[in-house]
Ligand binder design. Structure first.
Ligand code: PEP
Length: 249
């Protein structure tokens, strides 16, 4: 496949209030001074998207949401639509994170519907897939993840920008990471599944790795075949840690 520019995206999850934007401001100062060798994005809670966008506006830092509703608008108390994220300044949105799939019962079909909503609002989706520890230990990782890709990616993606994030559920927030061989095996399978699903339109989309990425392991992970960037949770909350990962590209 043709190598595309890597994407390093930070997922703040349900962390951050106004004063946390100091970290985004510090990241901005550093990246204004030393251009990154990759795309950089921060995905704060929905309440911070507008202020985050103002903080990093005009810099190389992109802003994303962490989820959106599949509907464009309506009686869905507490939900946020893709159009609202875009209106607040986001150009990306994480969809199908394992914490949404597990904690909120999101199915592959739900994720695919949200991807359609994101595309309709002009957002670039980052679609997450990944196996549980039980599935990994049963030797099912490649099959599970390939199936998630086939079912979560709607055909309409083929002519749009998007990314897929491979995040083993057991590696998220645990400090555990797969071996580099395991990462390569799944990433190669994810590429094959994307191309099987979308044809040539799936050849260039970056496949991010996510799960306990930190400055000390970023370089070796980012050098694995088919790893097109990283989705970073905990280590994206502090500018210095996130910069360490960005500098590893
Ligand atoms: C994530 O939330 O997507 C993630 C990968 O978290 P962490 O980097 O903390 O494991």
């Amino acid at each position: 496949m043709t190598e595309s520019i890597k994407l390093i995206a930070g997922n703040w999850k349900m962390n951050g209030v106004g004063e946390s934007l100091e970290e985004a401001a510090a990241l901005r100062v550093s990246l204004d001074a030393e251009a990154a060798n990759c795309r950089v994005a921060l995905c704060p809670p929905a309440t911070l998207i507008e202020r985050m966008s103002a903080t990093v506006g005009g810099s190389a830092i992109e802003v994303g949401g962490q989820d959106c509703h599949a509907a464009a608008s309506g009686a869905f108390t507490g939900s946020v639509s893709a159009e609202m994220l875009a209106d607040a300044g986001a150009n990306l949105v994480i969809l199908g994170h394992s914490e949404r799939r597990t904690g909120f019962g999101e199915t592959n079909a739900d994720v695919a519907a949200k991807v359609e909503a994101a595309l309709a609002a002009g957002l670039e989706p980052i679609i997450c897939v990944g196996e549980t520890l039980e599935q990994r230990e049963a030797g099912e990782a490649v099959a599970v993840v390939s199936e998630q890709v086939m079912q979560s990616l709607p055909q309409s993606l083929s002519c749009n920008a998007f990314a897929v994030a491979y995040e083993p559920v057991w590696a998220i927030g645990t400090g555990l990471t797969p071996t580099l061989e395991q990462i390569e095996e799944v990433h190669v399978a994810v590429r094959a599944a994307i191309v099987a699903r979308l044809g040539a339109g799936g050849e260039k989309a970056p496949i991010l790795y996510g799960g306990s990425v930190k400055p000390s392991n970023a370089k070796e992970i980012l050098n694995v075949k088919e790893v097109g960037g990283a989705l970073v949770g905990g280590a994206s909350l502090k500018a210095e840690d996130f910069l360490g990962i960005i500098r590893a590209v």
